[in-house]
Design a binder for this molecule. Structure first.
Ligand code: ADP
Ligand code: MG
Ligand code: MG
Length: 245
């Protein structure tokens, strides 16, 4: 029973196949790492699953039924939120505005600013952030901004959360903080896709991994059955020798 699934997905750019018949299935309450070398097709697969690209073959299924997402907003309306490496929010607007911007207006046509701010504070406290929501978002660290972006994506969508290299510019403590949030969401039943180049982080947080190489699916496995060497071998298609410590 997959929440979101790709079946035999093909994506062609010019002469090259970025994805060549890829299967991918995401379950409720799991953190599913998507791994592969640069150019393997990870972002392309995610973009197809979230409506940013249309597949040239194969299909996407939502709760078991074929679905065509016209664009990311359409996917979002079906419960699928995405957070990218670069924070895609507005640094010059307040934290509260960033959280609630672009939402349906109420039937009164407006929402009181004080109510938005109260809601924003309560929401962020649930993510462990005790901050001034009237301050401009850009005055906070990238880590805080990423958690605001996640809170926004979860509140807007709520079923699937895609994290495409969210930790690229975070320090160790900030990564831990982010992982606390991710763990909490997973326990609430969210299905989470996690893309990163850091194997340590994959082993710290993921339940399953899917590995792509040159646009092809190499495998999907529970992480508990894999060693680091296994993962690297699957990613590269060969063994590499680590220099002795
Ligand atoms: P990854 O995220 O694993 O690094 P991508 O999905 O970004 O890989 O890229 C997979 C392949 O598709 C690469 O060869 C890349 O150059 C190509 N590609 C991705 N997006 C485009 C695009 N918009 N136009 C042309 N080629 C693209
Ligand atoms: Mg890349
Ligand atoms: Mg990528």
């Amino acid at each position: 029973p997959f929440v979101l699934e790709a079946r035999g997905v093909i994506k062609i750019f010019g002469q090259s196949r970025a994805l060549d018949g890829v299967n991918f299935g995401l379950r409720r309450g799991e953190v599913h790492a998507l791994l592969g070398e640069n150019g393997a097709g990870k972002s392309t697969l995610i973009k197809i699953l979230t409506g940013a690209y249309q597949p040239d073959g194969g299909e996407v299924l939502l709760d078991g039924a074929p679905v065509h997402f016209a664009d990311p907003l359409h996917a979002q309306s079906h419960g699928i939120g995405t957070v990218y490496q670069e924070v895609n929010l507005l640094p010059n607007r307040s934290v509260a505005e960033n959280l609630f911007l672009g939402r349906q207006p109420t039937r009164f046509g407006f929402v009181r600013r004080s109510l938005i701010e109260k809601n924003a504070r309560e929401l962020l406290l649930r993510y462990g952030l005790d901050i001034d929501v009237q301050a401009e978002l850009g005055t906070y660290s990238v880590a805080v901004q990423q958690i605001v972006a996640i809170a926004r994506a979860v509140e807007l969508s709520g079923k699937v959360l895609v994290l495409d290299e969210p930790t690229a510019s975070l320090d160790k403590l900030e990564v831990e903080k982010l992982f606390e949030v991710v763990t909490q969401l997973k326990q609430r039943g969210m299905a989470i896709v996690f893309i990163t180049h850091f194997l340590d982080q994959v082993f710290a947080i993921s339940d399953r991994v899917t590995i792509l190489r040159n646009g092809r699916l190499i495998g999907t496995e529970p992480l508990s059955g894999l060693s680091r060497t296994d993962v690297v071998r699957m990613m590269l298609g060969k063994d590499i020798t680590f220099a002795p410590a």
